[in-house]
Ligand binder design. Structure first.
Ligand SMILES: NC(=O)c1ccc[n+]([C@@H]2O[C@H](COP(=O)([O-])OP(=O)(O)OC[C@H]3O[C@@H](n4cnc5c(N)ncnc54)[C@H](OP(=O)(O)O)[C@@H]3O)[C@@H](O)[C@H]2O)c1
Length: 133
């Protein structure tokens, strides 16, 4: 797919089923791929399988906005800005309402909702700036 060739792409949650497979497909289309996840050894395994350099891999918990900002700064230093961000990080706690605790609910909101917001805050503005040029 020529559309992806040489594009700077970040796959967040690259240690998961969807993220790892997405990373493989995108890398196979000759994009410049960065990976993040929490489990560093799994992340490195995915990177090695996809032929992605280990200095393009960052351990990241997306519930931590400062950590997201720091990883964004490292990636922006390398490539200016991303072209594509794939967020495949997420959790699902499947329980009946009676069994679902406030802690469970907050955890889901922290990762799936707030985590996505932190990613957008750190990565989207440079992408928008680049589009203006
Ligand atoms: N598979 C499906 O059929 C399906 C269908 C609909 C929706 N979804 C949703 O799509 C998303 C990905 O699915 P999947 O099947 O690939 O799930 P998965 O295999 O469980 O992978 C989840 C990914 O999210 C990452 N993650 C979780 N909490 C994180 C955090 N706080 N910070 C950073 N990364 C975090 C995990 O990283 P670590 O392992 O490194 O912690 C892992 O890479 C999930 O939200 C899932 O609910 C999946």
């Amino acid at each position: 797919m020529e559309l992806l060739q040489n594009k700077n792409v970040l796959v967040v949650g690259a240690t998961g089923g969807i993220g790892a497979e997405t990373a493989r497909l995108i890398k196979n289309n000759n994009a410049n791929v960065f990976l993040t996840g929490r489990d560093l050894s799994k992340l490195q395994e995915v990177a090695t399988n996809c032929n992605i350099a280990l200095d393009q891999v960052f351990q990241l918990d997306i519930t931590n906005p400062n950590a997201v900002e720091q990883v964004a700064a490292k990636i922006h230093e390398k490539v200016g800005q991303l072209d594509i961000l794939v967020n495949a990080a997420g959790i699902g706690i499947i329980k009946s309402l009676e069994d679902l605790s406030y802690e469970d609910f907050n955890q889901v909101i922290d990762v799936n909702l707030k985590g996505t917001f932190h990613l957008l805050k750190s990565f989207l503005p440079p992408m928008k700036e680049a589009k203006k040029d």
